[in-house]
Design a protein around this ligand. Structure first.
Ligand SMILES: Cc1cc2nc3c(=O)[nH]c(=O)nc-3n(C[C@H](O)[C@H](O)[C@H](O)COP(=O)(O)OP(=O)(O)OC[C@H]3O[C@@H](n4cnc5c(N)ncnc54)[C@H](O)[C@@H]3O)c2cc1C
Length: 457
């Protein structure tokens, strides 16, 4: 571990009370992230309140070579929001939001969670799409792409980013947009936290007073899974079905008779009038009689919950793009789910297409336009001792189903660093390496799914 005593003194001299070390009573709370596991103990956490705090921290840490972790919502599956022995730059105190309802735009600081942002703009009947869970940070999800209920209609989150303010490795605060630092602007839309600390994003807002949303639970079988995925992929783009198969846990909202049985949980969103939503959902009910149906007209924010339980799972996940899910593959998934030992094992399939594909492939660092389905297989427990077994379980699914190695950054489980290459097809990888070399030649921002600058890598 590097000696950080002098660095911490300098941080304190500039940032005062914002610097939290192990003897501080705020330290334990600052280390809580979504995923559990062995403790990770940084030398200090900087609780940034302003872009100036961010710039000062970067300026002081970068020349020392000490590891620097950036934290927005703390939901990275590799717990990149923390680092052992280094400095954590915690943005969660930076939540300023400035909405221009007339222009349909909002500047949001990256300490906001998806739910905080969604609720605030939702009060004006407006929305920007992120993912399905509210306590994910807008920093991490946006930098990786951002796939959610509104993506088929309005694109990924990055397709709605109009500008960003970024503190680069030399501690400068720059504006990146179509005209200023366009290469940086391209890279931060899918390239993760490799290029600097984004202090705030300017998002496009859409009129969305209500939508039809909720949950439908179908009895699980290979036939039903294949049919529902096929329907979801070919449904009108206003309809998004997130298809999650699992052995039903003993959750209160599920009838007892279903506990321990395979179910297909559909998270539903239809952006359009309620009558058209009814028509679009009718074929789903024809696949199998729903066990539960809780679908209604609601504000978009009502669809974006906070995590219901204070859980910190340990485990693994694999992600892949698919063209379709055949009956044979669905059978494999169903059998595999039934054989799972993990208390939380699921096969999630998201539908892509629509507005995601109307953006040119080279417009953003997310370059998997034209793909139809995105699968996410996950196995989690609360006991780290079983993790090797869970890795094998997700690996088996991945090897059986994958068409190629392509991956989506935000759904990475614990993958070897070389897998990052699979996130960026074609010329995207080399282009990202060049942008990295320009903005972060010494790889200051390396506590992430790292893209090494050409000169280093
Ligand atoms: C329960 C759950 C549900 C999810 N659902 C979805 C979903 O529906 N759609 C989807 O696309 N993804 C989803 N994800 C994945 C999620 O988008 C990623 O894990 C994301 O990286 C989390 O962002 P965060 O800010 O919460 O995490 P953090 O751990 O704080 O950050 C994640 C990474 O981004 C970097 N970073 C964060 N903020 C900044 C910043 N401002 N500047 C520079 N670097 C930064 C961090 O250094 C780290 O490497 C989900 C994850 C979980 C755990």
């Amino acid at each position: 571990m590097p000696d950080t005593t002098e660095l911490i003194e300098r941080l304190r001299a500039t940032l005062g009370d914002a610097v939290v070390t192990a003897e501080d009573e705020r330290y334990a709370a600052a280390l809580v992230v979504f995923y559990g596991g062995e403790p990770i103990r940084p030398a200090a956490v900087v609780l940034a309140q302003t872009p100036d705090d961010v710039a000062s921290t970067v300026r002081l840490v970068a020349p020392t070579g000490v590891e620097l972790a950036i934290r927005s919502g703390g939901h990275s599956s590799d717990r990149f929001a923390l680092c052992d022995g280094g400095i954590v730059l915690d943005l969660s105190g930076m939540k300023a939001l400035s909405i221009d309802a007339e222009e349909r735009t909002a500047w949001a600081e990256t300490g906001m969670t998806v739910r905080e942002y969604t609720q605030a703009v939702g009060e004006l009947g407006l929305a920007t799409g992120f993912g399905d869970i509210g306590d994910v940070g807008i920093g991490g999800i946006t930098l990786g792409g951002g796939l959610g209920y509104l993506s088929r209609v309005h694109g990924l989150t990055i397709d709605n980013v109009l500008a960003a303010e970024v503190v680069t490795a030399d501690g400068e605060l720059v504006v990146a947009d179509e005209h200023n630092h366009p290469d940086l602007f391209w890279a931060i839309r899918g390239g993760g936290g490799n290029f600097g600390v984004v202090t705030r994003f300017k998002f496009r807002l859409w009129d969305l007073p209500t939508l039809t949303g909720g949950m439908i639970v179908l009895p699980g079988s290979a036939e039903a899974l294949a049919a529902v995925v096929d329907y979801a992929a070919n449904a009108p783009e206003e309809l998004t079905l997130m298809v999650n198969s699992m052995v039903a846990p003993p959750m209160p909202f599920l009838p007892e008779a279903v506990h321990g049985k395979l179910v297909i949980m559909l998270n539903v969103a239809y952006v359009g009038d309620p009558e058209s939503a009814e028509a679009a959902l009718a074929p789903v009910r024809a696949i199998a009689e729903p066990l539960i149906e809780q679908v209604a007209e609601m504000p978009y924010a009502a669809l974006i919950p906070e995590q219901a339980l204070d859980i910190h799972p340990v485990g693994s996940a694999r992600t892949m793009f698919l063209e379709a899910l055949t009956l044979e593959q669905a059978q494999f998934v169903v059998d595999h789910l039934r054989s799972a030992t993990a208390p939380m094992a699921s096969a999630g399939i998201r539908v892509l297409g629509g507005a995601i594909d109307r953006i040119p492939v080279d417009a953003t660092a997310y370059a998997h336009r034209g793909r139809r389905l995105l699968a996410n297989f996950a196995a989690y427990t609360f006991d780290g001792s079983e993790v090797a077994e869970l890795e094998d379980w997700v690996d088996e699914l991945w090897h059986e189903l994958k068409q190629d190695d392509a991956a989506y950054l935000n759904f990475f489980g614990h993958e070897p660093p070389r897998r990052v290459r699979d996130v960026y097809p074609g010329a995207t990888w080399e282009r990202l390496q060049r942008v990295k070399a320009r903005y972060d030649p010494d790889n200051v921002f390396r506590r992430n799914h790292n893209i090494a600058p050409v000169s280093v890598g």
